[in-house]
Write a protein that binds this ligand. Structure first.
Ligand code: HEM
Ligand code: NAG
Ligand code: NAG
Ligand code: NAG
Length: 351
């Protein structure tokens, strides 16, 4: 058995193939974090993956924008305090939580609702509190990519949900703004053990979905960003005629609802919507990879699949850490802990 057949076996096992010069080589699959596994719910909830998949397929058929909403929700979850479903929590112990921080103002309410609906369905199918909300986020993101025409990949499972809130500071520190340049983005990602290939591929998530004028108006007003394709800038000005316009436009001007490599074709044509997108082509460290993905959808899909598995394992809680929430929007009521309302109940009983 030569090196090609050995790597073929590994590649088939990982579900990732890369044809190169007649020899099939494996795109090195990212390692699976300790405590996670591909068959985590095999016994406790064997239908978990198919339930999420059919829900997402149906829901995206009805509302194509939901796919973008679910993909972005998983990204925001993972970049803030790790993939622990903290993004789903309403409020916090001391005031507004992760959901209420500025970058989250534009997360789609329909995506939060879909996660809760899927989780409720899973609780009905399997025992309560078996499948974590963070695993539902990871699966729903993958199935949204597939439902939009993108690559499939296997998702390691077994994440547990946070018992602690992320603060607004955590959100602002974890999520780079759309005005960030490539070096700034690389710095943010390197803290999460993600590299330049991960940055370029994951940014390709902007091949679907919408952005508000306020996220890129600095490239139009007061002066037009000279790196913006002038024809494209004219188009944007029709949607966003002045600062502060409350409207949205496609992130991918060519194929707004299809998960494909056109995002990179846009960048080559200087039609990236955000500075954080366009600078990937302006910057020498990432430019060649953008050009490669613009040429080869397969190269993009292979790297995207691998980078999503990496992103999906950022600071995961496993084993006895965290909890499995029974309501994705709220932490479980810790048994024996006196909450303000339980004290008042005791008061009523003349405690
Ligand atoms: C690299 C840094 C990133 C920055 C600076 C960034 C920034 C943004 C901004 C500003 C928006 C639009 C918000 C609005 O105006 O409504 C957006 C939307 C979106 N982002 Fe990112 N993003 C980044 C990475 C990612 C990653 C890694 C993914 C997923 C793999 C992703 C997926 C999405 C999707 C799908 C949307 C559209 C959401 C919708 O239509 O509801 N982004 N992003
Ligand atoms: C601007 O966009 C148009 C339309 O996609 C394209 O034909 C043209 O080459 C672009 N210009 C530059 C300088 O990239
Ligand atoms: C889940 O928790 C949220 C936030 O506390 C609450 O508003 C909602 O009613 C809960 N849902 C269910 C089904 O109990
Ligand atoms: C989707 C979501 O929860 N959005 C919230 C973001 O924060 C604002 C301001 O606090 C809330 O009003 C939204 O409901």
């Amino acid at each position: 058995m030569g090196p090609c057949s050995a790597s073929l076996a590994a590649a088939v096992a990982a579900g990732l193939l890369l044809i190169s010069g007649g020899c099939v080589v494996a795109q090195q699959p990212p390692p699976v974090a300790q405590g996670l596994s591909f068959d985590f719910y095999k016994r406790s909830c064997p239908k978990a993956e198919s339930i999420v998949r059919s829900f997402v397929q149906d829901a995206v058929r009805r509302d194509v924008g939901l796919a973008a909403g679910l993909l972005r929700l998983h990204f925001h979850d993972c970049f803030v305090q790790g993939c622990d479903a903290s993004v789903l929590l309403d409020g916090s112990a001391t005031g507004p939580g992760e959901k209420q921080a500025p970058p989250n103002l534009t997360l789609r309410p329909s995506a939060f609702k879909a996660i809760n609906d899927i989780h409720t369905r899973l609780q009905r199918e399997c025992a309560a509190a078996v499948v974590s909300c963070s695993d539902v986020l990871a699966l729903a993101a993958r199935d949204s990519v597939v439902a939009s025409g993108g690559p499939s990949y296997r998702v390691p499972l077994g994440r547990r949900d946070s018992t602690s809130f992320a603060t607004q500071q955590d959100v602002l520190g974890g999520l780079p703004p759309p005005t960030a340049t490539a070096p700034a983005l690389l710095a943010v990602l390197s803290k999460l053990n993600l590299d330049a290939a991960d940055l370029v591929a994951l940014s390709g998530g902007h091949t679907i979905g919408l952005g508000h004028c306020t996220s890129f108006e600095g490239r139009l007003f007061p002066r037009q960003d000279p790196t913006l394709n002038a024809t494209f800038a004219g188009l944007l000005r029709r949607t966003c005629p002045a600062m502060g316009t409350d409207r949205r436009t496609a992130l991918d001007v060519r194929t707004p609802n299809k998960f494909d490599n056109k995002y990179y074709v846009n960048l080559v044509n200087r039609e990236g919507l955000f500075t954080s997108d366009q600078d990937l082509f302006s910057n020498a460290a990432t430019r060649d990879m953008v050009a490669r993905f613009a040429q080869s959808q397969k190269a993009f899909f292979d790297q995207f699949a691998s980078s999503m598995v990496k992103m999906g394992q950022i600071k995961v809680l496993t084993g006895k850490q965290g909890q499995i929430r029974s309501n994705c929007s709220a932490r479980n009521n810790p048994a024996g802990l006196l909450l303000p309302w339980s004290i008042s109940i005791l008061d009523d009983q003349a405690f």
